[in-house]
Structures are given as C-alpha cells and as structure tokens.
Design a protein around this ligand. Structure first.
Ligand code: MG
Length: 161
C-alpha cells in the first residue's frame, strides 16, 4: 500500500463585524462571534488548510494556484468548493483519505463548543476520521487572527501489501 502525508496551513486576520449576522465560517459552520475574516473568498481558514493538506499529499497544485485571489469568480466564494475540488483530485488519483488532524489557533471564537458541529459538517465531504482542536494565541501578536494547520494521510493500493 502506498501512503503519503500532506500538510496545509492558512492564516486570516479577523475583524469585528456584524455582517452576515456576525457569523464567521469555520470548517463550513457559521460560528456566531461578531468577527469576520479578511479574505478574497469567504475566508474559511479551516477549509483552506484542509484542501491544501489533501492537495499537497498527492502532489497537486495548492488552492492559491487553483483558485487565485486575483480572479473575480473567487470573490466571496464558498470555500467548501475548494475542498470538493481537492477530494475530486484525491478520488481521480485512486487515493483514499486515511485521516485528517486539524489545529485551529485563535483567541476568538473558542473552537471547543463547535468542535462536533464542525466535524459533522466536514464528514459531509470526506469519509475519514477527523480530529480538530483549538489553541489560543497565548498573548502573542497573532491575537486577532485565525491560524490553521492540517495534517492529512492518504493511501492507495492493496491494504495487505
Ligand atoms: Mg485562506
């Protein structure tokens, strides 16, 4: 069996906003926190890092190359579409996702209370164990931003090899 690992990273500044009901998209879930991500797309850093982790595992171009922020069609775009594209490329290559581990670093919103809902939403796209945890910025100058790291394992071929 062939196995590969991928890593994805994303960072977006957050600013106070009551636009869209003060909902911030985290892994496709609208989290009410009075913040919005400063981004060209919908700014869902979890979706961005997750898509990049999967794409990097199979050696495909990253979402910055596939969905450039200079393209008007990507303005305010639903980032779930980036994840769908990554999963399509996984499937096309005959890969299966082993598991994904997501770390979200931000002071607000707190991830813990939304962990289950985010996992449940992501399971609509990928059938694999998903783990997500939240960490705080620990008083560093990254307070006011959301940073996300994702590690993904993919595999293909005979599981008995
Ligand atoms: Mg991003």
């Amino acid at each position: 069996m062939e196995m590969r690992i991928g890593h994805g990273y994303d960072l977006h500044r957050l600013e106070a906003s009551e636009k869209d009901g003060g909902l911030l998209k985290v892994g496709g879930v609208g989290v009410k926190c009075g913040l919005k991500a400063i981004a060209h797309s919908d700014g869902d850093a979890v979706m961005h890092a997750l898509a990049d982790a999967l794409l990097s595992a199979i050696g495909e171009p990253d979402i910055g190359q596939l969905f450039p922020d200079t393209a008007t069609e990507n303005k305010n775009r639903d980032s779930a579409e980036f994840l769908v594209e990554a999963i399509e490329r996984i499937n096309l290559g005959g890969w299966a996702i082993g598991n994904v581990a997501i770390t979200v670093i931000c002071d607000q919103p707190k991830i813990g209370p939304h962990r289950e809902q985010i996992c449940e939403n992501l399971r609509r796209y990928l059938v694999a164990p998903i783990h997500i945890k939240g960490k705080t910025c620990e008083g560093t100058d990254k307070s006011g931003a959301m940073e996300v790291h994702v590690v993904a394992l993919v595999q293909r071929g005979n599981t008995h090899e």
